[in-house]
Write a protein that binds this ligand. Structure first.
Ligand code: ZN
Length: 606
């Protein structure tokens, strides 16, 4: 028996970056079938208008053409027909990211939201998907990596797959190409890592370490895991970084040098630690956001924005636990974990936008602000990832100090009450649950964390756990924080109060509110060519700024567009915006026990 809806996709012209797609509806709407393509992909809160990449679209029924009209940017209407109705179209796919679709002669990758039309009114109907290889002998070694259920396709092969409904169809990204696979089992669940892109990684080490993280998360929420299988879909690239969560997989884009090499030392590089944190983050989402969902996401419309003030809980709490799981699973030590918190706090402290936008506002406006950042972003917004992670940290530590409850218990209860049942979490659900489990009134804490813009009292709270929280000036433009100063902090470098672009020129990418550059009249995009009469470049910038006596202005020449302008700049000492957390060695037994309960590994390194 044929499925109510059958899709077929093939990279028909990889050299032109084109997929040919068809969708056959057994019983179309008697009044004329409407179909639409989503305007956004869940997990990435930006209207992307995927339908703009549909190249041509036609419909037929029983060998006869069916008239099609376009109703809006993403919706087509077919004339009434008895069915089955087949709609065929091409999709241009040249978005090399985890959010879109891409194809060339080296590989193909797609998210269903970019390529599969949704049959209006039949969103809940089951469907099949035929994935075909591109035409030509040169593609005979291509394989398929996806967590979608197979319906006749051989393992890792082209053929038929199936989904229970449209939401499931578009929640399994697919990679096509010559893929490197490796696998492991975590708490009885088969897992695969599929890597595309040129790399020579130590797959065994990668699988061993990712497995520890997966088992940590599964045991955290309680066995059994909610998915039957899981796939890490990794694109190894020279430049680029990102991840997107799905119900039984995640798409990751990482720097190929972050992958552990076969000749690497057993110590963990910062890049590899970053990659494991990314894996941990996306995997935690399997529970937190894919199943424990804000009420606003339970019946979302993929044609328009879904607003919630809770992204801090889904991205921030996930960001808190992604690092913590590395510590708990014994992959990093206490100092390494504190370094990661220090780096997160540094990102928060470096942006004055934290005093202008609250976490709740940051969540709500993600669509137009966090996802559409411009040169003024550090002055205007706060990240619900980084400040959200600090909010989760503060909530956890506060619960630990003032009650017998922890954020771990709150998360497990969220899983029981909302995740397992599919009920959406109300906007105040996290606060209500934390209050009922701890017996505390947390109204003022949540008000402060989510709706106000003052810095949270991290130093006092950390002291209760035997951790010292300090702020120091950045030592260089790429000082990410988390580590103690290596030079004398009493002699900080002088700065312009701007972030530079990546090129060799001193181009101001962002100009910080109230800083020396802004006060002198310099603007984003300006290219500083000379300071104090000497040609400036990124290498000598610090030296040139250090030449002036305190209080002395420096002559600066800069191009704005093609016009040379002159400024008088008063360089400032680098502000203390770099966070460092260190373990205090001499603490009371009570503090030591509290710290151990929070930071102790639940598993030791074998
Ligand atoms: Zn996330």
């Amino acid at each position: 028996m044929s499925s109510p809806i059958a899709y077929l996709i093939r990279p028909s012209r990889p050299e032109a970056h084109v997929y040919a797609v068809s969708c056959t509806v057994q019983v179309p709407d008697a009044g004329g079938q409407r179909l639409f393509l989503p305007n956004w992909i869940p997990g990435s809160y930006l209207i992307r208008d995927f339908a703009k990449h549909v190249l041509r679209l036609e419909a037929e029924c029983g060998g006869q053409p069916v008239a099609v009209s376009k109703l809006s940017k993403e919706t087509w209407a077919c004339a009434p027909c008895p069915g089955p109705l087949t709609v065929s179209y091409e999709v241009y796919a040249w978005d090399f990211s985890v959010r879109g679709a891409h194809v060339d002669a080296t590989h193909g990758y797609f998210n269903g939201t970019s390529v599969f039309l949704c049959v209006e009114g039949q969103e809940a109907a089951s469907c099949t998907l035929d994935i075909r290889p591109p035409p030509g002998e040169c593609y005979r070694h291509w394989q398929v990596a996806t967590a979608m259920a197979r319906d006749g396709a051989p393992r890792r092969g082209f053929g038929r797959y199936r989904a229970e409904d449209y939401a499931e169809l578009v929640d399994h990204p697919v990679e096509l190409g010559e893929i490197r696979f490796a696998g492991f089992t975590a708490c009885g669940v088969p897992h695969e890592v599929a890597i595309s892109g040129r790399q020579r990684s130590d797959m065994e080490r990668l699988c061993t370490d990712i497995r520890r993280v997966c088992e940590q998360h599964i045991r955290f929420f309680g066995e059994p895991a909610p998915m039957e299988r899981y796939l890490f879909l990794v694109m190894a690239v020279g430049e680029g970084y990102g991840g997107l969560e799905h119900r039984a997989s995640c798409s990751l884009m990482c720097n190929r040098w972050d992958l552990p090499g076969p000749a690497d030392e057993p110590t963990m590089s910062e890049g590899y630690r970053r990659l494991l944190c990314l894996c941990s983050h996306e995997y935690f989402h399997t529970w937190n956001v894919k199943r424990i969902r804000p009420a606003a996401f339970v019946h979302w419309d993929l044609r328009r924005e879904s607003y919630t003030r809770m992204l801090w809980a889904f991205e921030g709490i996930t960001s808190y636990y992604d690092d913590l799981a590395l510590r708990r699973s014994g992959l990093i030590d206490e100092a390494g974990y504190l370094e990661l918190i220090g780096q997160t706090a540094t990102r928060v402290w470096r942006s004055s936008g934290r005093h202008k936008q609250s976490l709740a506002e940051s969540s709500f406006d993600a669509w137009t602000r966090f996802y559409q950042q411009d040169e003024n972003a550090p002055n205007a917004i706060v990240s619900y990832y980084t400040k959200g992670a600090l909010a989760a940290l503060i909530l956890d530590l506060t619960l630990r100090v003032r009650s017998t409850c922890t954020l771990d218990q709150v998360m497990r209860e969220l899983w029981e009450r909302y995740g397992k049942t599919g009920v959406g979490v109300p906007e105040d659900g996290v606060q209500r649950l934390a209050e009922s489990l701890s017996g505390l009134d947390l109204g003022s804490l949540f008000q402060q964390l989510l709706h106000e813009t003052e810095d949270p009292p991290l130093a006092e709270l950390m002291a209760a756990f035997g951790v010292r929280f300090e702020l120091r000036p950045a030592e260089s433009a790429d000082d990410a924080g988390g580590k103690p100063a290596s030079s004398d902090p009493r002699r900080p470098r002088r700065v312009l109060g701007a972030r530079l672009g990546n090129g060799p020129e001193v181009q101001l990418a962002q100009v910080y509110d109230g800083g020396p550059a802004q006060q002198a009249g310099l603007a984003p995009g300006d290219v500083v060519v000379a300071i104090d009469g000497i040609r400036a470049n990124v290498q000598n910038l610090d030296k040139l700024l250090a030449r002036s006596a305190p209080g002395e202005r420096l002559e600066v020449h800069a191009f704005r567009r093609d016009e040379l302008l002159h400024f008088e700049v008063l360089p400032q000492a680098a502000p203390a915006d770099t966070c460092v957390l260190t373990l205090v060695s001499d603490v009371s037994p009570e503090v030591a026990a509290r710290r151990q309960a929070w930071l102790g590994a639940t598993e030791s390194r074998p």
